[in-house]
Design a protein around this ligand. Structure first.
Ligand SMILES: NC(=O)c1ccc[n+]([C@@H]2O[C@H](COP(=O)([O-])OP(=O)(O)OC[C@H]3O[C@@H](n4cnc5c(N)ncnc54)[C@H](O)[C@@H]3O)[C@@H](O)[C@H]2O)c1
Length: 372
């Protein structure tokens, strides 16, 4: 199979769909790889790195789209990219079609077979191609929050770890899933006093078993949440209700009960955010202040650490990318129901139930799509 990787064109996207390591593995499996020139620049990979891995370099995205049997990307294809897809070609990338009828229409019109990272599943009911980005965002949250806590950046002027004789920052993490657990680990590692809140007792038990005394756990009742938020130097929002907008767990009125200069890092902002006062920001202008509380609400946090994020995503996508290349998409999906769950569009038909419900469109069962 000829695997193609174009440079990402969505603004502020510095990741790349294929690492040189992934290209090397694909070549070792007997495939060819074509990469658009400078595709890896934003993640610190040069054209020479890809050439050493056995790939060839194309001057334009058009060449990559025209030649490749499978396109491997990071972000959903932009309109110009959708226009270059064709019937029989496989697209393997994040799609997030439910809120995006235009992209859905373009992909249906292309006739291509589109497999979305975010709906690929695993044996434990998880989303293995979303988890690495949650790990990155979770670990980044205390880092950006610590910076915002500095006085010159609008914060309370509190050091995460304190010093001998001065207590550490008080960090509250709402939601103890992938983001929350990684955020709590890093905040605790920086020396902060950390409490995780979650609505799932099973999750709190797990966190207590595995992490013991490294951070505290608390049940996320409204009362506990508001009490802990009042005494926090930093509150990290990390809740998720799959398929729904994030619940608003801290109201504007509660901001006045918080310490002046405290910092909110709302990682759940990509689902609307879990603070009433959150609105999405960008890496150029990541923070703003409401009622004396600093808000950091960047919707694509992993983009700040594009190299780490690219490699983490590449590690997770590689086995699926190789299966698609080795067996062809239909056999690979037939053999692996978790990969089949990633099939969103095939030959002009929508094949993901949740997307169909969100867009009120007819859906062809993915199993039937395998036969077309
Ligand atoms: N901003 C970014 O760049 C970025 C990057 C990655 C992930 N995210 C987002 O971060 C959020 C968390 O993702 P995740 O992978 O950790 O999800 P997850 O499913 O692993 O964890 C979510 C946790 O929230 C808990 N929860 C649900 N409702 C709650 C409530 N009312 N109170 C307390 N806890 C509650 C659940 O029990 C679960 O443990 C998602 O919205 C995800 O899209 C954002």
């Amino acid at each position: 199979m000829l695997i193609g990787c174009p440079k990402e064109i969505k603004p502020q996207e510095f990741r790349v769909g294929l690492t040189p390591n992934a290209a090397y593995e694909a070549v070792a499996h007997g495939h060819s790889v074509i990469v658009e020139t400078q595709a890896g620049d934003g993640a610190g990979f040069t054209d020479a790195d890809y050439i050493v891995a056995g790939a060839t370099i194309a001057d334009t995205a058009a060449e990559v789209f025209a030649q490749a049997d499978m396109i491997v990307k990071v972000k959903e294809p932009q309109a110009a990219e959708c226009a270059m897809l064709r019937q029989g070609q496989v697209l393997f990338t994040y799609l997030h079609l439910a809120p995006d009828p235009e992209q859905t229409r373009d992909l249906l019109a292309s006739g291509a077979t589109c497999i979305a990272y975010e709906t690929v599943t695993d044996d434990r009911g998880g989303l293995p191609l979303l988890a690495p980005m949650s790990e990155v965002a979770g670990r980044l949250a205390p880092q950006v929050g610590a910076y915002a806590l500095q006085k010159a950046n609008g914060g309370r002027g509190v050091l995460m770890g304190g010093v001998p004789g001065v207590g550490p920052a008080n960090v509250v993490v709402i939601g103890g899933g992938v983001v929350g657990t990684h955020a709590a680990r890093i905040a605790a590692g920086m020396g902060a006093d950390v409490t995780i809140l979650d609505r799932s007792l099973a999750r709190l038990r797990y966190l207590d078993d595995v992490f013991g005394g490294r951070f505290k756990t608390s049940y996320a009742s409204a009362g506990n949440t508001s009490e802990l938020v009042m005494t926090a130097d930093m509150v990290i929002g990390a809740v998720l209700i799959p398929g729904a907008a994030a619940p608003k767990l801290v109201s504007r009125a509660q901001l006045s009960t918080m310490k002046p200069g405290a910092v909110i890092v709302d990682v759940a902002i990509d689902q609307g955010g879990c603070f009433e006062t959150s609105h999405a920001t960008t890496h150029q202008n990541p923070t703003y202040e409401v009622d004396g509380i600093v808000h950091y609400c960047v919707a694509n946090m992993p983009g700040a650490v594009s190299r780490t994020s690219t490699i983490a995503l590449g590690n997770a996508t590689m086995p699926f990318m190789l299966a698609l290349a080795d067996k062809g998409w239909a056999q690979a999906c037939e053999d692996d129901p978790h990969l089949l769950a990633g099939l969103n569009v095939h030959a002009g038909r929508l094949t993901n139930h949740a997307v169909g419900v969100a867009l009120t469109m007819d859906v062809l069962s993915p199993k039937l799509a395998l036969k077309i």
